[in-house]
Design a protein. Structure first.
Length: 49
């Protein structure tokens, strides 16, 4: 038996993840925490900002 995930999706579902500061590629914590754990990276966009 598995524990339900809020929102009803599977536990291994791909979800958007926003990072800034030292988690960005090229910054010190990117390799430590994110390298190999993301499917891809792209800049955030805030329309009409």
């Amino acid at each position: 038996m598995t524990t339900p995930v809020p929102g009803g999706g599977p536990a291994d579902a791909e979800l958007p993840f926003f990072v800034y500061g030292t988690l960005l590629p090229g910054e010190p914590n990117h390799d430590l925490f994110l390298r190999g754990r993301t499917a891809g990276e792209r800049p955030a966009v805030l329309p009409r900002a």
